[in-house]
Design a protein around this ligand. Structure first.
Ligand code: ZN
Length: 233
């Protein structure tokens, strides 16, 4: 049988040494289903999400493809001072358990925060950590990290989203509000996507309508008042 994992050579943005990091072969990367906030589910034995974070065995710097691939001397220094100096050599290169994958995500989050990576990257890491907890049905932790991710996505939107076509980001904000049981906020975002004439992203418009229909059922079941924006959907 083919091993779903293979080793890819990567370079550490911090100490610049190269090392091998496991990746999942493309033929094993097919999701069996995807949640409404884009979390992909895979067959139990191979989860490509477990390999997203690369951890340098020499200095412990943890990073993803989306993170900065080059650090300034000052950023390297900050990493070493705050996190790197307590690193004990460890190789995360093989197959990771759920616990190890979660550690890697949290380590990447710390590194991203320490070197001041973008809000988008930080939001994505927080969202992935929430997904890790969802895999194990740890609802409180999942919601805690979804809340952090939501706050970051809103920062991203405020900084870059208002003027450009950012339907996917707006949809995610609405969807996380829905999952955090704030239906009125969720509807506000879904209706923006549907009603903003500049938005051409048909998939996100459709997803927003579907999310709204689901939300309406939930609100009717709880006998909640319908928000004004709902009429426009
Ligand atoms: Zn390194």
């Amino acid at each position: 049988m083919v091993d779903p994992l293979f080793q890819a050579k990567v370079q550490c943005p911090c100490c610049e040494r190269t090392f091998l990091s496991s990746r999942v072969r493309p033929s094993f990367r097919k999701a069996i289903r995807t949640d409404t906030d884009f979390m992909a589910h895979y067959r139990d034995d191979v989860n490509p999400d477990f390999c997203v974070v690369r951890v340098c065995p020499s200095c412990g710097y943890a990073f993803t493809e989306n993170m900065k691939q080059e650090l300034t001397p000052r950023q390297k220094e900050m990493y070493m001072e705050r996190i790197g100096k307590s690193w004990v050599h460890r190789d995360y290169g093989g197959k990771r358990t759920w616990e190890e994958a979660l550690d890697c995500y949290k380590r990447a989050l710390l590194c991203a925060q320490t070197v001041g990576d973008s809000e988008r990257v930080i939001a994505g890491l927080l969202h992935h950590i929430a997904w890790m907890y969802r895999l194990r049905d740890m609802k409180d932790q999942e919601l805690r990290f979804l809340r952090y991710a939501l706050e970051e996505y809103i920062h991203v939107y405020e900084r870059e989203g208002k003027d450009i076509n950012n339907a996917r980001l707006m949809y995610l904000i609405g969807e996380l509000y829905r999952r955090l049981d704030e239906p009125h906020e969720a509807v506000r975002w879904f209706s923006r996507i549907v009603n903003d004439k500049r938005i051409m992203d048909a998939a996100m418009i459709k997803a927003s309508r579907e999310a709204w229909h689901q939300l309406r059922e939930e609100m009717l079941a709880k006998k909640m008042a319908m928000p004004e924006e709902a009429e426009l959907l």
